[in-house]
Design a protein around this ligand. Sequence first.
Ligand code: GLP
Length: 261
Amino acid sequence: MEIILQPSAERAVGLTAQLIAKSVRENPRLALGLATGRTMEAVYARLARMHREDALDFRKVRTFNLDEYVGLPADDPHSYRHYMTRHFFEPVGIPAHHTFLPDGMAQDLDAECRAYEEKIKALGGIDLQLLGIGNDGHIGFNEPLSALMSRTRPKALSPETLAQNGPLFGDPTRMPRRALTMGVGTILESRRALMLVTGAAKADILAQAVEGPITSMISATALQLHPHCVVIADEAAAAELRGTAYYRRVFETEPEWAEFR
Ligand code: GLP
């Protein structure tokens, strides 16, 4: 794992978008794993700008989202399908048939989850998986006690997640209590993983996720097992980390980061 510290949320978002853009330019048919949440909105806005101003071309990219709420149709403004269409798919011009999310309205949710895994496999696996982190340490909706080898499946949302995302529903009681989510094992199979964490509210959970022991209580700790994972954090989110001097030196001196300094 590499931890890259940036002086501001804006710079952290900018670097995340640059890394994604570089991957798309290197491989126009990239299989890109995507995340939702407030943190990612700024990343998608930045990529949309690169699409408009720098001709960043997403037409051949295929996307797989981490998760979707159970019981929300695609046109519900709170569904992740709706979020993605609004913030990313339409602004960057990804054809709808290249975009995949698990269907939270499926009659048979287990069959839908199995089919989602098959789809990822059929398209050759995920090249680059974008990730945020929940206040309880979840990646996707892998709530505490998610098996480190779990696959895409229905998952009951934790009280902390209901508290974190409930306000987005206006009336928090309207928030679904379940979601379909890629498993921790599914995420670990992505060729590269890129986690973005910003803001003081995430400082404690970020330190536990990257410097603490691996535990299914905090599914983000599983990223320590990932062979190629980069974590980008702003100073506020990095406040509780112990190894900052080392992380700064890596970014400032390692050749692979030269073009991004
Ligand atoms: C949701 C998503 C997660 C995401 C998290 C972060 O819970 N299921 O994949 O990491 O939001 O949210 P935010 O960026 O709003 O803090």
